[in-house]
Ligand binder design. Structure first.
Ligand code: 2AM
Length: 193
């Protein structure tokens, strides 16, 4: 199964961001029926580690590694990170263009949590993408179905955006199922931070 580790913003943060996205060009394009692939609000997440395909038999090892990472985080007595969404960026180009929103606030604490998670996965011999952690919430995958200058203008508009603050209190193990239209995400397990 295709797995990743994430934290998710609460409903009020998601709904505030949803209002902002609707005002962007990408939101208007989606409302007009363009296939800009807005991420379903209930799927918005911030990935700490992407494992990719893991055999079902190893799920127990993944859960144990993440439980240990959450234990280490709590033992460090660092308060769970307070974050707010604001600013953003564009990854990829042409068909791979995606628009994302940045996280601000206790981002260093989030980096520390991602380090703990990846370290526990490594020690357990589990796979993960070791690209440097770059916190982001993907909000749309417009690809080449939107003018790149419009995507760039949305990115600039996101600089003005500041969402409500929240405290990240759960580490989540997520499953992704790739579908024809969009990936489907499912929460498999959670640990308190
Ligand atoms: P993205 O939103 O920038 O695509 C599930 O695919 C989650 O894992 C997404 O948040 C995705 O980021 C992230 N992810 C990180 N590395 C990935 C990789 N190598 N392949 C697919 N998704 C990856």
């Amino acid at each position: 199964m295709r797995l990743f580790v994430a934290v998710c913003p609460p409903a009020e943060v998601v709904s505030h961001l949803g209002t902002q996205i609707a005002r962007l060009r990408v939101g208007a394009a989606a409302a007009a029926g363009a296939r800009v692939r807005l991420v379903d609000p209930c799927d918005l997440h911030l990935t700490l580690a992407f494992l990719g395909d893991v055999e079902t038999a190893r799920l127990v090892d993944v859960e144990s590694a993440l439980g240990l990472a959450a234990d280490s985080f709590r033992a460090g007595r660092e308060a769970p990170p307070r974050l707010r969404l604001g600013g953003g960026g564009v990854f990829g180009d042409s068909r791979r263009t995606l628009l994302w929103v940045d996280a601000r606030g206790d981002v260093e604490v989030l980096h520390g949590l991602a380090r703990l998670v990846r370290e526990r996965l490594r020690v357990a011999g589990l796979p993960y993408d070791d690209k440097p952690f770059r916190p982001h919430l993907t909000v749309a995958r417009p690809g080449d179905r939107m003018d790149p200058t419009a995507v760039e203008a949305d990115r600039t508009d996101l600089d003005e955006y500041a969402g409500p603050e929240w405290r990240t209190t759960e580490l989540l193990l997520m499953r992704s199922r790739l579908g024809a239209a969009r990936p489907r995400y499912e929460r498999l397990a959670a640990w308190p931070l």
